[in-house]
Design a binder for this molecule. Structure first.
Ligand code: ADP
Ligand code: ZN
Length: 656
């Protein structure tokens, strides 16, 4: 089973370097060493190797009377250390205390020690015995301080404080990167993971199923990286960045990795949130470090996942001030992207599923000037993705992959990878020899159950209504002369919309009223189809309604295209009127405007309905094809409707 399959959805397959178990340098060793040193000092502390033997005051007095004692050392007014004379050391009674023949203790070592009670009494009795016996023994006083012990005591609080501090710092800075070592010194370093020639898992386009359009676009980037000279020779500049936009799990990371794999260049991967830390300036410094590293390894690719974490539009309304750090990071990122020349061959790929909230400055030419949309896969693509993830499984020979693809509308690539893995686990639990159809269906059920809350899972009846809605757009726009030419209709959900009809982007500079009206009519075609087929309308047309309401209002109040309102505009190019609370027209005009707008829209709605009533059979046919294929192109429309019932405008035909 493939490693990747074990991961739950949305998780990136972590490419791990083969772990060679060598004793890693670990900061705990330092602590251990320090503790050992202190222990050693304590045990062998300073003075001598052989500790004096214990004795008592009475015994000592006997030794003293015998004249064996050369010197008594009073330490800290508590302990007496007894030094014997040379001759005495040879005596039998002392010999077992003066070391053995291998380690004879020198005369500079005390032989005995004992604690006396009261210093005054001890001194008196010592002097008395000394006088009585006429001895030359001497008594000295010494304050013995254990230097190391005291040093330790004074330093201990600091050591504890520093220890706690290091601990906290590690905790704070080990968010995603983790890893051992002295993180505290690395806080400004980028946390990018590097995949290069040395990492053993290679991703190539082969591993990315579907995503044809996106692959084509990134293929260009691969070419740039492989032979930059070919492109710069004629003075062109290599693009600096591309942004991959798509829902989670659609394979953005996978695609970026494949680009690096195909181009054989190092790949720095990190998430936008890795830049953000609670310290000021850290994000910017990490960005700087990241680009420095990438340049050193150039040509290379930097992949920033979830760039919206730093790239969100810089605050217009920023009361809290808490976004400053993020803005600094973003500014640094922009500066770096502007800063490196086109000859550095570092390409930045970024991924997000919220392109709408990104700062416009990011999308400016010379930064992320290429945007690559990645949709949820359609049936055909889902089959390809299944094929990729079924490769490592032991599957039943009769397994019908197309059937699986049909059972999983709205699933992302990551969901499908997850289905395959679940199915294998379920089959294993049931102790089957191979993974069969039922296991996959169970896996789909389980995953749908888990996904329902967070993802859009489409029920069959919803799918039907979406298909008719989109077919409605397609039919109406096909039948209207001035509606923009259609290229593709899908019922694959994407972002907030459940399906979409794609037209060639509007490039006409001047619009005639007919053209706007046809466009409005086509946009209303979706809702009209729901009305015609199911005789009930739904909330699915929100985007459409928003768009046409704006268009209609613009026709009336901005472009002066309405008879009743006449040749005037309420548009103010200076933008000053935005700040005034009064409308530039009277209440009566306001009423008139509202009435005209709704009349205009209602007329187009009725027009769409009558077109659809007339072509109801074709609409149904189209919807059924859509239900089956999930995506249809102009060719399919041609087959169903025949040629458009009028001559297409010349200019437009060329665009197609
Ligand atoms: P994203 O970055 O868009 O959130 P990933 O690239 O991390 O998604 O994809 C997660 C996993 O889903 C991948 O590791 C892969 O196993 C699977 N996957 C997603 N899309 C595809 C695809 N088009 N082909 C094959 N596998 C895919
Ligand atoms: Zn619509």
């Amino acid at each position: 089973m493939a490693k990747e399959n074990k991961k739950p959805e949305n998780k990136k397959p972590e490419i791990k370097k083969p772990e060679i178990k060598k004793p890693k340098f670990n900061s705990y060793w330092i602590y251990a060493a320090i503790i050992l040193v202190f222990l050693g000092i304590q045990i062998f502390g300073g003075s001598s190797w052989s500790q004096p033997s214990k004795t008592t005051q009475t015994d000592f007095e006997t030794f003293l009377r015998d004249g064996d004692v050369e010197k008594v050392e009073i330490i800290n007014r508590k302990i007496a250390k007894v030094y014997l004379t040379k001759e005495a050391r040879g005596k039998e009674i002392h010999s077992k205390n003066t070391g053995n023949s291998i380690f004879p203790s020198s005369s500079s070592d005390a032989t005995y020690q004992f604690e006396f009670g009261d210093l005054q009494n001890f001194e008196n009795s010592f002097n008395q015995i000394k006088e009585e016996n006429n001895l030359s023994s001497i008594m000295v006083w010494e304050t013995d301080s254990n230097m190391w012990g005291e040093l330790l005591l004074t330093l201990l609080p600091f050591i504890v404080i520093i220890g706690i501090w290091i601990f906290i710092m590690r905790r704070m800075s080990s968010g995603a990167g983790g890893g051992a070592g002295s993180q505290i010194f690395n806080i400004g370093k980028s946390k990018a993971k590097l995949f290069d020639q040395n990492s053993d898992v290679k991703t190539s386009f082969k591993d990315v199923a579907g995503l044809e359009g996106a692959k084509e676009e990134v293929q260009e980037i691969v070419d740039f990286l492989k032979n930059p000279d070919k492109y710069t020779r004629l003075g062109g500049k290599i693009p600096k960045g591309a942004i991959l936009i798509g829902l989670p799990g659609t394979g953005k990371t996978l695609l970026a990795k494949a680009v690096a794999g195909e181009a054989h260049v190092p790949f720095f991967s990190l998430s936008g949130s890795d830049f953000v830390e609670m310290f000021v300036g850290v994000g910017a410094s990490r960005v700087r470090d990241l680009f420095k590293q990438a340049k050193e390894k150039s040509p290379s690719i930097i992949f920033i996942d979830e760039i919206d974490a730093v790239g969100r539009a810089r605050g217009k309304v920023n009361f809290s001030g808490s976004n400053d750090e993020r803005e600094n990071t973003l500014n640094q990122l922009l500066t770096e992207m502007d800063g490196f020349g086109s000859n550095t061959n570092v390409i930045v790929l970024a991924a997000t599923n919220r392109a709408d909230i990104l700062d416009k400055a990011l999308m400016r030419a010379g930064r992320f000037d290429r945007q690559i949309y990645i949709d949820l896969p359609d049936v055909r693509e889902r089959k390809d993705i299944f094929d990729v993830h079924l490769r490592p499984l032991k599957k039943n020979k009769k397994l019908n992959v197309e059937f699986l693809a049909k059972q999983t509308p709205g699933f992302s690539g990551a969901d499908i990878a997850n289905v395959c893995n679940e199915a294998a686990l379920i089959a294993a639990r049931k102790e089957r020899k191979s993974v069969g159809k039922q296991d996959f269906l169970d896996a789909v059920d389980r995953i749908v159950g888990g996904l329902e809350k967070k993802n859009k899972i489409i029920t069959p009846s919803e799918k039907r209504s979406i298909a008719f809605h989109e077919a409605g757009h397609a039919t109406v726009s096909w039948m209207l002369e001035h509606a923009p030419p259609l290229i593709k209709v899908t019922i694959v959900p994407r972002g907030k919309s459940l399906g979409s009809a794609w037209y060639l982007p509007e490039e006409r500079l001047i619009l005639k009223p007919n053209q706007i009206l046809d466009e409005i009519c086509a946009t209303l075609g979706g809702r009209a189809a729901e009305k015609v087929i199911f005789n009930e309308i739904s909330t699915g047309a929100l985007n459409d309604l928003e768009k046409i309401t704006k268009q209609a209002r613009a026709m009336v109040t901005i472009y002066g295209l309405n008879d009743k309102i006449g040749n005037l505009t309420y548009y103010d190019s200076t933008g000053e009127s935005e700040y005034s609370f009064t409308k530039p027209y009277s209440e009566k005009t306001a009423e008139l405007i509202d009435k005209e707008i709704s009349k205009l829209i209602e007329t187009q709605y009725q027009r769409a309905i009558s077109i659809l009533e007339k072509h109801k059979d074709k609409l149904t046919e189209l919807a059924n094809v859509l239900l089956e294929k999930e995506v249809i192109f102009k060719d399919n429309l041609l087959k169903i409707f025949g040629k458009r019932p009028f001559k297409e405008e010349k200019g437009r035909e060329e665009e197609e």
